[in-house]
Each structure stands twice: as structure tokens, then as C-alpha cells.
Design a binder for this molecule. Structure first.
Ligand code: FAD
Length: 477
């Protein structure tokens, strides 16, 4: 930990920062800063002499400029729900955490422009609620939305359940306000649907995981709120059958599919075993698909369309059994079976997580090959794949064999990730579909994104942050 005694450079910097933010904007007691220094999965315990919590863009820019002058690194942090420890400071205590939590205002909801202008520290859930109050939908939904913030969601280009219809976070951004590593403010909060004026800077910051600058506000696209939503849970005979079902819904009306999620029999068993109140309302199977259709049009016959596709799929023996939610409570209960997968896996024991994507058509092959390779690597290890089949994004997780010591299992995490990685590469996929690179996976970048791609990323980093003070050790190896 750097010396925080009076008369040291760090003490002088913290005094400058306190003068900018006031006492409320600076935490220095270990008991106050501890939660900001550990990642959500508890993989990394960092240390930091201070957490800075500015209340405005002007304060934040002044803080960034002061840190740049002092040569002290900053770690931007939103809700701290990163799955790859992207917002965790290093263990040597040399980095300050910059929390956006106090910059959480909704600046404007415009139901004509269909835009939401919001500060980066607003939670995704609060932003969704503001859109809903204006009769609109902010079409981005992830299980961590109650805690994850707009800045974090954009900095990681979050995906989630509705990507199949509306795209990733990147597809929803019209404008950004960013504080650059030298403290300059770029105000790009434009609400334009068309704007071809040079390089598209906002897309450079989306997905940059806090390594190029600090997102302080954004203009997001909204869509009209659906008036009818129908959800079905389908027991299917194989992953291929789930994919074939997706193709049928896609051919019927791609604009209606709001989510198409895959779950394995193993994952469903974990949920039924560990999550209080979870029950399976259809026949048990080794594979399940959860499909949600939605439309902003009244009397669009959505329910009938769902029933038609499912009836034919049952006749053709693609679907073994299916249940359609008859109420909002039933809809929530079906979604709970999917959303509790991460929690249920945690309660089942140790697991190794892989957030991978392949072309949608190759998901069944991915699962088949990973099942064989996994068993060959560690006998008894249980494959628990689930996720966004409609995007080709599967959380290809492996749970420890029941009789194996958790630490012994976790010691082989890189072997498991490499095994999955080799198959994913062979299928032209990506090692990180929606969680980003963070601190966990920069070592994979040279192999997967080496050559001209990584070289260009390094040059961009060098141009914007030549001293490497923005979220060091993340993304780039
Ligand atoms: C239960 C659970 C479910 C999840 N489900 C999904 C899912 O379905 N889809 C998905 O994509 N992700 C998912 N995630 C991962 C995570 O929630 C997302 O990555 C989310 O977008 C992170 O938001 P955050 O505010 O918590 O960011 P943090 O964790 O605080 O930060 C993430 C990264 O963004 C940077 N950052 C944060 N704020 C800013 C800012 N204002 N300016 C610049 N950089 C910033 C940080 O430095 C860090 O690199 C899930 C996580 C959990 C715990």
C-alpha cells in the first residue's frame, strides 16, 4: 500500500481530490473501501488507498486531471458485477477506484425521439423503469440489472436476454459523454439517428472496459413498449432440436422473438435442487428452450402464432412437451428457472465458467464436442451449458465432479478453459461473448486477437492513454 502519511505525494493528491469532491466524494477507511476492491466472483482481492465518488461530470473531470498530473492510475467502477474482474484494482494498492455511483440522474426521456439521456451511475433497472414510465422499453435486460450501471453496461458492451432482437448495448447507443484520460470532457450526447461526421468515437468507448476513458452519460435508444408478451418453456430432445425450433420461430416472424434461451437437463436439475420454490411445469428432458415473443401491436395474434409453431414442432417430434405461461406470475416463474442457473451452480459447488460464442448454427456441435472433451479431461465433471442460443452465446460452464475436492477441481480451470477454447476456435467463435476480457482473460488476447488486430488496439490505447493510467492490466496483455 502506498504511503498515505501526511506530506507524501499520495496524501497531497487525496487532499486535492477532497477539495474537488468534498468529504462525501472520497472514502479512505479500509472498512469503506473493501467492497470496491473485490470482484463479484471473489476471484481477486485488490487493495486501494481510496474510492473517489464524484457527483458531477465537472468533478469527475477535475479528479481525472489531478490523477493524470500525479501519474496515479484509476479504475472506473460501476455496479462491480463484472464476471472478469474488470473493475477490481491491483493488489499492490497503487490504483484509486473511481466510482460512478453518485452520478445517477435520468436527464431526459423523450418518447417522440425514443431516447433516454442518462448518467453513467444510474442502474440499468432504474433506467428501464424511467423508460417504462414514459410508455417505452429500454430493450436491454441482464440478470444483474438491479446493480449493474449504465456506464458499466456500455463499457462492457453487455448482451443479455434480448440481444437476439435488439442487439448488444452497442446497438442502443446514440450518444456518449466521456472524460478522457487527461481530464478533457468529450460531450457527444447527440440524439441523432444519422450522423456521419468522421470516426465514430462513441463505439470506440463502448466495450473498452474503462481502459480508454470514463463514460459519464449516454443517450440510449428506446422502443415502443410491447403490449403483448408470450412465454413458453419447451422440453426438447437435443440441442439440435432447440436450434431447429429457433429456426422455425425465426422463419415464422423474426421480429417477434424477444428471447430464445437454452438450458441443459443438468442445469435444470441444479435449479430444482437448490432454488426454493422452483418447479418444473413440463416433462423432464436433457434439453430445454425458453422462448419469449413480444409485439407492440394490439391483437397481433401472438399467442396463436406461438401455439401454431409449437403444435407443428410437437407433431414433428422436435418438441417433447411445452408449457405456455398463462399469467405474469407464471411468466416470472418460467424465467426464474433460467435466471437462477448461475446461483444454482454456485450452490452445487465449484464451477469453471466459459462465456463463449459461435455461429448460431454451430451451437449443437459446440455442446456435443465439449461434452466428450470434458469427460476425457476430468471424468465425472458435469457440463452445465445455458444461455442465449439465439445469439450463439452459450455460458459453457463445468461443475466439479460431486466427489472431487473443490480446490483440486479449480486448480485445473485453465485446462478446462483451454479445452473449451480449442473447440470454440475450431468453430470460428469467440472466447468472450458478452462478459469482456477484464483482468481474467488478457492472456488470451495474443492467441485470439494477435497480429494487426491487437496491434491496432495497442495503438489506440497509446494514443488516448499514453501513460497507461486508465484501468491498467485490463483487456490488453
Ligand atoms: C448475476 C449476473 C448476471 C449477469 N448477466 C449478464 C448478461 O446476461 N449479459 C452480460 O453482458 N453481462 C452479464 N453479467 C456481467 C455484468 O453484469 C455486466 O458486464 C455489466 O455490464 C457490468 O456492469 P457494472 O456496472 O457492474 O460494471 P463493473 O463491473 O463495475 O465494471 C465493468 C467494466 O466496465 C468498466 N466501467 C464501469 N463503469 C464505467 C464507466 N462509467 N466508464 C468507463 N468504464 C466503466 C470497469 O472499469 C470494468 O472494466 C452478469 C453478471 C452477474 C453478476
Amino acid at each position: 500500500m502506498p504511503d498515505t502519511q501526511p506530506n507524501t505525494p499520495l496524501a497531497a493528491l487525496l487532499a486535492d481530490i477532497r477539495a474537488i469532491t468534498g468529504d462525501r466524494g472520497l472514502l479512505t477507511e479500509a472498512s469503506d473501501t473493501a467492497a470496491y476492491a473485490e470482484d463479484w466472483r471473489k476471484l481477486y482481492q485488490g487493495r486501494t488507498p481510496a474510492v473517489i465518488r464524484p457527483a458531477s461530470t465537472a468533478e469527475l473531470a477535475a479528479v481525472v486531471a489531478a490523477c493524470a498530473r500525479a501519474g496515479v492510475a484509476l479504475v472506473p467502477q460501476g455496479g462491480n458485477t463484472s464476471m472478469v474482474a474488470g473493475a477490481t484494482p491491483s493488489a499492490d494498492g497503487s490504483e484509486l477506484v473511481l466510482s460512478l455511483a453518485r452520478m445517477n440522474q435520468i436527464r431526459l426521456v423523450d418518447p417522440v425521439d425514443l431516447t433516454l439521456t442518462v448518467e453513467a451511475g444510474c442502474t440499468l433497472k432504474a433506467a428501464q423503469d424511467a423508460a417504462a414510465e414514459a410508455g417505452c422499453l429500454l430493450p436491454l435486460s441482464i440478470s444483474s440489472e438491479g446493480t449493474a450501471q449504465i456506464g458499466g453496461v456500455l463499457a462492457t458492451n453487455a448482451g443479455g436476454n434480448n440481444t437476439v432482437r435488439y442487439g448488444n448495448a452497442r446497438d442502443l447507443v446514440l450518444g456518449l459523454e466521456v472524460v478522457l484520460p487527461d481530464g478533457q470532457v468529450w460531450n457527444g450526447l447527440r440524439r441523432l439517428r444519422k450522423d456521419n461526421t468522421g470516426y465514430c468515437l462513441r463505439q470506440l468507448f463502448v466495450g473498452s472496459e474503462g481502459t480508454l476513458g470514463v463514460i459519464t452519460a449516454a443517450v440510449l435508444k428506446l422502443v415502443p413498449r410491447p403490449v403483448e408478451t408470450v412465454v413458453a418453456l419447451c422440453a426438447v430432445g437435443s440441442a439440435q432440436a432447440a436450434l431447429d425450433l429457433f429456426t422455425r420461430f425465426n422463419r415464422h416472424d423474426p421480429a417477434a422473438i424477444q428471447a430464445f434461451e437454452y438450458m441443459s437437463g443438468a442445469g435444470m436439475q441444479f435449479v430444482l435442487r437448490h432454488i426454493p420454490g422452483a418447479t418444473l411445469p413440463c416433462a423432464a428432458s436433457g434439453h430445454y428452450a425458453l422462448v419469449e415473443l413480444a409485439t407492440p401491436r394490439a391483437n397481433a395474434g401472438l399467442r396463436e402464432a406461438l401455439e401454431d409453431v409449437l403444435a407443428t414442432a410437437m407433431e414433428d417430434e422436435l418438441v417433447i412437451d411445452a408449457v405456455i405461461a398463462e399469467s405474469e406470475a407464471q411468466r416470472a416463474a418460467l424465467w426464474k428457472l433460467r435466471e437462477e442457473h448461475a446461483e444454482a451452480q454456485k450452490r452445487e459447488g465449484a464451477s469453471v465458467k466459459n462465456d463463449v460464442s459461435v455461429p448460431v448454427s454451430r451451437v449443437p456441435e459446440l455442446l456435443a464436442r465439449a461434452a466428450v472433451a470434458g469427460e476425457a479431461l476430468i471424468a465425472g465433471m458435469r457440463m452445465v451449458p445455458f444461455g442465449h442460443m439465439g445469439d450463439g452465446n452459450i455460458h459453457l460452464n463445468f461443475a466439479q465432479p460431486p466427489d472431487m475436492d473443490a480446490a483440486v477441481f479449480l486448480a485445473q480451470d485453465h485446462d478446462i478453459m483451454d479445452m473449451v477454447g480449442a473447440i470454440v476456435r475450431d468453430l470460428d467463435g469467440s472466447f468472450s461473448a458478452e462478459h469482456g476480457v477484464g483482468r481474467l482473460k488478457p492472456y488470451m488476447m495474443p492467441e485470439w486477437r494477435g497480429g494487426a488486430e491487437l496491434d491496432t488496439m495497442r495503438r489506440i490505447k497509446q494514443a488516448l492513454d499514453p501513460r497507461g493510467l486508465m484501468n491498467p492490466g485490463k483487456v490488453l496483455p
